[in-house]
Design a protein around this ligand. Structure first.
Ligand SMILES: [Mg+2]
Length: 205
């Protein structure tokens, strides 16, 4: 089977990463960061990146570059701590069971690339660990990329119900959605009960 994993809020505790990680790095309180993120990115439909974060704050090129270098080092050291605690074990089990495991994510392409390059999964870089990594800057581009898996037996592990349904629309009836609970798991029109990564292990092993 092909297992497609989303990254943010699915394998990666993005809420904690923003709250405890990014806020701290940028010397903001959790509330400050939350409001900043909402006003400048979420409400405007702009993908978050540290570069854009500093640009909006009005940082000059030279200072910005220095701060971004500092960010690279910080990210490299810290990012793997924000994987959900069960993620390594579950990914390993799927891999050992011989499934093709794909990481598919969208967001600011440069920032997602950077996160994935720094992220360690079972002591391997995420790039090496997954059979394939697909990074897109828009959901449309992700849909295009995933078209080639149309009609295959797929398990889609994602926290975003709306996006997961869009992906299933492309992937076909043999694609099953395993919805991970999080801020994007509920949508008025559909009713798939969201579960946690732990339940995924229980279901399959
Ligand atoms: Mg997600």
């Amino acid at each position: 089977m092909i297992i497609i994993f989303d990254l943010d809020y699915t394998l990666f505790d993005t809420a904690r990463f923003k709250r405890d990680g990014l806020a701290l790095f940028f010397n903001m309180s959790q509330t400050e960061f939350k409001n900043y993120y909402k006003i400048n990115f979420k409400d405007k439909g702009i993908n978050y990146s540290p570069k854009e974060h500093l640009r909006i704050l009005g940082w000059k090129h030279k200072e910005m570059m220095a701060k971004l270098n500092e960010f690279d080092d910080w990210l490299e050291k810290e990012i793997s701590r924000y994987l959900f605690p069960e993620a390594n074990k579950i990914l390993n089990r799927f891999k050992q069971a011989g499934h093709k495991i794909i990481l598919a994510t969208f967001g600011d392409k440069e920032f997602q690339e950077q996160k994935i390059s720094a992220l360690k999964i079972n002591d391997l870089s995420a790039r090496e660990f997954f059979d394939e990594v697909i990074i897109s800057n828009k959901i449309k581009a992700e849909l295009e990329e995933l078209k080639r898996f149309q009609g295959e037996d797929i398990l889609l592990v994602d926290d975003n119900l709306k996006e997961a349904l869009e992906l299933k629309g492309i992937l076909g009836d043999k694609c099953e959605i395993f919805l991970i609970d999080g801020p994007y798991a509920r949508s008025g029109e559909y009713n798939i009960a969201p579960r946690g990564l732990k339940d995924l292990a229980e279901k399959f092993f």
